[in-house]
Design a protein around this ligand. Structure first.
Ligand code: SF4
Length: 189
């Protein structure tokens, strides 16, 4: 190390040189701290988005570098959240990139002891067939006191907080059209 660098590495010298007598400012900075840059600085683009987790719909800024999401933070321009995100929203980068993210439908058959992978088409077909069969087997045209019912009490729908108003509206329309009257959402529970 050259003599000048050696002297500069001594905080007292920096305190005297920079007028930082108490060593609370730049004089206390290590070289590593001085050279740190924000991880958002090298982003190719910043995309405005909406947090996918709950129906509050907080605004997000998504930083993208070489096609990869590198950082997500609150969007100050959002009139809903004004730059804030809750811990779930702040962690939503993992929603995209976590190695634990599931990409396949998992199915555990009755009395099964392990998860099996299904194709999305097979899973959708299985769900639709079960709804059709259950509805046919449990259909009630009348209530016990003979009023019109046209319903099934054997199927219910519980929505998650990720669903927004429009999705909840469509789910409710679909369920009522099928005679499914037990429809709830986790956000209200
Ligand atoms: S999960 Fe948190 S950050 Fe995301 S929309 Fe809901 S409150 Fe906002």
């Amino acid at each position: 190390m050259k003599l000048l660098e050696l002297l500069e590495s001594w905080p007292v010298v920096r305190q005297l040189r920079d007028g930082d007598a108490l060593g609370l400012g730049r004089a206390a900075q290590s070289r590593r701290s001085r050279e740190l840059t924000p991880r958002t600085q090298h982003a190719d683009r910043v995309v405005q988005s909406i947090c996918p987790y709950c129906a509050v719909g907080c605004g997000q800024l998504v930083y993208v570098e070489s096609g990869e999401v590198t950082h997500i933070e609150g969007d100050p321009a959002s009139p809903i959240s004004r730059g804030r995100l809750c811990p779930k929203g702040q962690a939503s980068k993992s929603f995209v990139q976590s190695p634990l993210r599931e990409y396949k439908v998992k199915y555990r058959r009755p009395y099964g002891t392990r998860w099996e992978e299904l194709s999305l088409d097979d899973a959708m077909e299985m769900i639709a067939q079960r709804i059709v069969d259950t509805r046919a087997a449990t259909w009630e045209e009348k209530t016990p006191d003979d009023a019109p019912a046209n319903r099934t009490m054997a199927i219910g729908n519980l929505g998650g907080a990720t669903l927004d108003n429009e999705e909840n509206y469509l789910i409710k329309k679909l369920c009522f059209g099928l005679g499914i009257v037990q429809v709830e959402n986790q956000a209200r529970i």
